[in-house]
Design a protein around this ligand. Sequence first.
Ligand SMILES: Nc1ncnc2c1ncn2[C@@H]1O[C@H](COP(=O)(O)OP(=O)(O)OP(=O)(O)O)[C@@H](O)[C@H]1O
Ligand SMILES: [Mg+2]
Length: 358
Amino acid sequence: MTLCKLDVCNVRNIESASITPSPRLNFIFGPNGSGKTSLLEAIHILGRARSFRSTQAGLVIRFQQDSLMVTGRVRDGEGLEPIPIGLRLSRRKREIALAGTRLQTSAELIRAFPVLLIQPSSSTLLDGLPKARRQFLDWGAFHLDGGFLDNWRGYTRALSQRNALLRSGTNRGIEIWNHELARYGTIVNCARVTYVERLRPYFHAAASHFLGSVPFDLVTMAGWEAGKPLGEVFRTEIAQDLRDGYTHSGPHKGDFQVQAEGRPAKNYLSRGQMKLLVFALLLAQSHLLEESLGAKGCVLIDDLASELDSDNRGRLLGFLNQRQAQFFITATDPRLLEQAGLAELAVFQVENGRVTSV
Ligand SMILES: Nc1ncnc2c1ncn2[C@@H]1O[C@H](COP(=O)(O)OP(=O)(O)OP(=O)(O)O)[C@@H](O)[C@H]1O
Ligand SMILES: [Mg+2]
């Protein structure tokens, strides 16, 4: 799916903006504080039903306003009818519409318009808390495996029930939750492992493009002792779980690591190299999605130039230019465009929250 029309109303300093993006490369230039990231934030809200900068809608809604609205049209391929999609957020309410129908949850919206984000702080995907890495795996598994969401929800529900029981200080009736957790948890873990298997070749290709011949690999951790059946883990760890009032092991503790020759890459890469590795991971994710769903995705890249030297910026732009996905790229310096012979591009200028096509 690519975005072929975007209308933004009351997102941060953008009172109103309307653009017709290119299905391929879109560059958004403007000085600091002009509203570039806010424009990406609006597209992210359209594809994920939430901002990437704040969990509080109130902070994203333009000052003095009650709600924000982002609407657009997404297209599955050349010649196909675009589908209207839209979202209105107020401080307490979220309304989502897809193809003229109101949606109760964001799952269908997320499926209809897959959006990925790469921003300067994305390096935390490698060296930050595991939660972001689990979200990375789960977003990928969600898009490729139609049953993933139900199993993930089943696991999360059972986990909160089991934890509530543990907090109440009893293990009476806990076998039911052990059983549920083990059943859903095993499936969730398998889906993550399968996802990484499928991602690996795309990741290798992107990583070697950006970082040369270093043999990087992706290693998954299940979140419990390797090789043990999950049900057995819950039974053997019950004393510890009861003492602390929560479930210590399971896919909610799952993780993955990028390694080079058996060592965690985050321990010795430079900031710029980390950034390139994060590009490799996220662009691999978008490439796999594209090939397996037969549809293009949308990738938002905020502040592309930060922490990359001129050679690497050129290498990155060359890579994006060969891909079929739609990209929205922000930068302060329009000279970025001189670096690669880019095709099919649209350029937008942002000034004081006003967006114009150049
Ligand atoms: N809720 C809000 N209502 C109105 N304006 C806001 C709100 N939240 C933030 N702003 C302002 O929006 C402006 C645009 O911010 P944004 O982060 O989009 O800029 P940017 O172009 O990405 O800048 P930079 O190049 O520094 O990253 C800022 O001046 C900020 O103070
Ligand atoms: Mg910004």
